[in-house]
Unconditional design. Structure first.
Length: 69
């Protein structure tokens, strides 16, 4: 029996043989994909728009009152 066959057999027995394990792995995979995709797209967006977002330029427009403190 080859190593690849043993690995694929273990994955099948562990994740796909029982319905509850299969659904758990699908939901966990979808949740992990959503986190990775969202963080990746946010990082790309912030990289492409660096210096043009409010978080980057708000110091130019907001004046702090030292008298209020």
């Amino acid at each position: 029996m080859s190593v690849l066959s043993r690995i694929s057999g273990g994955i099948f027995d562990g994740l796909f043989r029982k319905n509850a394990a299969f659904l758990t792995s699908v939901f966990a995979g979808a949740f992990a994909f959503e986190l990775v995709f969202e963080n990746g797209t946010n990082a790309m967006w912030n990289s492409w728009n660096k210096g043009r977002q409010w978080k980057d330029i708000k110091a130019k427009y907001i004046q702090h009152d030292d008298e209020e403190e």
